[in-house]
Design a protein around this ligand. Sequence first.
Ligand SMILES: [Zn+2]
Length: 125
Amino acid sequence: MKPYKNKINRIRSFALSLIFIGVVIMYIGIFFRNNEIVMLSFMVLGVLAIIASTVVYAWIGSLSTRAVQIQCPSCGRHTKMLGRVDMCGHCREPLTLDPSLEGKEFDEAYNRPKAKSTKTQKEAK
Ligand SMILES: [Zn+2]
């Protein structure tokens, strides 16, 4: 299996796992019924995890409005991509918006800004 996933899908599964973690934490809290403080802190932690996942979901919403929707050349389905390179959400085909990167091997490093050190060196001269 390819190591990379479509970014929006990846964030979405992270938000989903946060909900599960929150529910599990609250469930653990039930076992501490005899100790109110411990139970309450578990409940608060669980609620915080669920709130965090809501925040992440809202963040995905704002990301997908900015994401570019394209038709995947491999499976023909529509997918949203973030950054210069991303994966198709359905078939994991590497996609790029930059024609200069076309045909090159997929590398998430293309999304990172180019090394800052060379830029600052130029500015110093
Ligand atoms: Zn595809």
